[in-house]
Design a protein around this ligand. Sequence first.
Ligand SMILES: Nc1ncnc2c1ncn2[C@@H]1O[C@H](COP(=O)(O)OP(=O)(O)OP(=O)(O)O)[C@@H](O)[C@H]1O
Length: 269
Amino acid sequence: MLTLNQVQFYYRKGQSVLDEISFAVKKREFLAIVGGNGSGKSTLAKLMKGLLLPKKGSVQFNKLDTTEPEVAADIHRRIGIVFQNPDDQFITTTVTDEIVFGMENLRIPRDEMHARLNLVLKAVGLENEAEAMPHQLSGGQKQRAAIAAVLAMQPDMIILDEATSMLDPEGRQQMLLIMQELHRQGVTIVHITHHMDEVLHAERVLLLHEGHIAYDGTPAVLFELVALADYGLHAPFAVRLRQSLSKAGPTAPLIPDWKEWTRSQWSMR
Ligand SMILES: Nc1ncnc2c1ncn2[C@@H]1O[C@H](COP(=O)(O)OP(=O)(O)OP(=O)(O)O)[C@@H](O)[C@H]1O
């Protein structure tokens, strides 16, 4: 569906941000992309959406190069993106207008637009906020409104670029449930995050480090075999707890020494 082949990108010549990036996102896949600060995740998201073009190599959507002008319009409709800061993505004054805006650009007939509007509001649980102004919404509601606006275009793929990072635990949980449901319905999901517990929901994870792919595989193997601390990351709480308990062996007390355990977790960071 989306193929990156030997991609290199820099903002300033001689200062490569991404190098030799090759991977393919398969249709209906749930892919997570993780990496420390400045590892190139957002840059990669923009290359995948065709908002940036590679300096070397190629990004192809359904075998067509993102450098081709006619491919840009197709990608605009078929790959949606939701960014980190919900306040940066609203251009209209109500949730409904925000959702309708993209559809008007696509010249969707009025009846169809109305049907899609109701569908996407329901999908993200914002039926009662249809006429609300975006700035009146909570952080989680804003991100759900942003997803609804993207969904109304009926994309094949949604890229969420740290879209959960500014949300409280409940907001994050709701977003994860929406991602899982969309994935179940056949939408390809690319979830960029630094919350490692969210990676557990993905089928596959890419670890970016200093502009290179350091790992491409299942979350289970990543947590089991990769020294995440070397990449400025640490495994989810549940995985670390299990590893600590299994290290302690079968004779370990049922209630672990929490003080000792917490100390060891902090020293891993
Ligand atoms: N518009 C820009 N102009 C110049 N340099 C940039 C620009 N955007 C990003 N960079 C640089 O590119 C590198 C990768 O940044 P990017 O935002 O892609 O990383 P990231 O992994 O998403 O980081 P974070 O997790 O901190 O958001 C960083 O060194 C950053 O300073």
